[in-house]
Design a protein around this ligand. Structure first.
Ligand code: MRU
Length: 359
């Protein structure tokens, strides 16, 4: 096995003054990078799932705003900031649930507000690259923190894709899994296929196998039997938004898996950087849930799997209540049995030690 600390997949690359995105719609059959130079292309890539995963779309939006700044400054070097605000709004509207998108754009806009003399592109590029690099560093730290919660010989189940494909690199929940495999506490990794986009089957299985980490794929509906048979000790997932009280929005099916986990005494770990924590959203009921086209349920890879005129309901995220979560792991530390006071204390702290102490 190669070193599981290493992740060989790169979803987002800034090269030769352009943004390159690995087209995740085509995986695992094809590894194709798209080259984007305009902000409208970046917004479309986020909306159409070329790139997905909360931290990855935040990083992508940051690079998208760099491209926008280039264009707006060329158009009007004396007054480019208002038009840039419109571009930020376009990017923000691409997907509603993942708060990392809003967080990353706000960070670049704060840089603009602080004042930039001359060409904004290099200044904003430095900020976007910092967001990208900090995400990878956060993931590696969370990997170590999360893996330390596991007992030897653990079986783990994950949902969706939270790996290098969904982040700046290494992954959140998948980062903990990489780290747990590396230190030997994880013996078996199971991945839900994750209907309807099949992020588990198409992306997580592919990404883990790229790094020689064995994984067993299951249908989403098989998770209960797997847990009933005692094969899983932790459900480890990522998040698109964590509300102030610890409720978690994540890929549709996470809530089901967490309910089943609680019934079977399986622990639930949510792994996400603080850029996913939204203290302005009091609880899960206030998190906007993205609804996508019914066609995503009626077809797979273009092939019909249901009557084309069937009605379908396609919410792509759900809310797991804080009461079902044993631990939230961020780069600032581990919050056990999360609630509003503990999450606020963790977010206010500079030191991981404060957050780990509040179990
Ligand atoms: O619709 P997606 O593929 O963007 O949904 C992704 C998820 O739900 C992930 O679990 C979440 O964004 C965390 S990724 C580190």
């Amino acid at each position: 096995m190669s070193d599981p600390h290493h992740d060989s997949v790169q979803a987002i690359v800034w090269r030769e003054d352009a943004l390159q995105l690995l087209d995740q719609r085509l995986l695992p059959q094809q590894e194709t990078y798209l080259t984007l130079t305009e902000v409208a292309e970046v917004a479309a890539a986020i909306r159409d799932m070329v790139v997905r995963g909360a931290p990855a779309i935040g990083i992508t939006a940051a690079y998208g705003l760099v491209l926008a700044a280039r264009e707006r400054y060329r158009e009007n070097p004396d007054d480019w900031t208002v038009a840039l605000g419109q571009d930020a709004a376009l990017l923000l509207a691409a997907r509603p649930t993942a708060v990392n998108l809003k967080w990353a754009l706000a960070r670049l806009q704060a840089r603009v507000k602080a004042g930039i003399d001359g060409d904004p592109e290099p200044v904003l590029l430095v900020e976007a690259q910092a967001i990208h690099a900090e995400d990878v560093a956060a993931n590696r730290h969370m990997g170590a923190l999360g893996a330390a919660l596991l007992s030897p010989h653990s079986g783990v189940l994950t949902h969706c894709n939270t790996g290098a494909l969904a982040t700046g690199g290494y992954g959140t929940a998948l980062g903990v899994i990489r780290a747990g495999v590396a230190v030997g506490t994880i013996e078996r990794v199971y991945a839900d296929e994750t209907r309807p986009w099949l992020q588990g089957a198409r992306l997580t299985a592919w990404e883990l196998l790229q790094d020689d980490i064995p994984v067993t794929l299951i249908a989403d509906g098989a998770a209960a039997l797997l847990m009933q048979q005692g094969q899983v000790h932790w459900l480890i997932v990522g998040a698109d938004r964590i509300a102030a009280n610890g409720d978690v929005a994540n890929k549709i099916g996470t809530y089901t898996a967490a309910l089943v986990a609680r019934h079977h005494g399986v622990k639930v770990m949510v792994v996400a950087p603080t850029s996913t924590v939204d203290l302005d959203t009091p609880d899960g009921a206030a998190i906007p849930i993205e609804q996508r086209d019914a066609a995503e349920l009626l077809r797979i890879a273009g092939a019909p799997i249901a009557p084309p005129d069937a009605d379908a309901w396609n919410p792509v995220f759900d809310i797991t209540p804080a009461a079902l979560i044993d631990a939230i792991v961020t780069e600032k530390g581990v919050v056990q049995a999360p609630d509003t006071a503990k999450l606020r204390a963790m977010m206010a702290s500079d030191s991981p030690a404060i957050a780990t102490a509040n179990a």
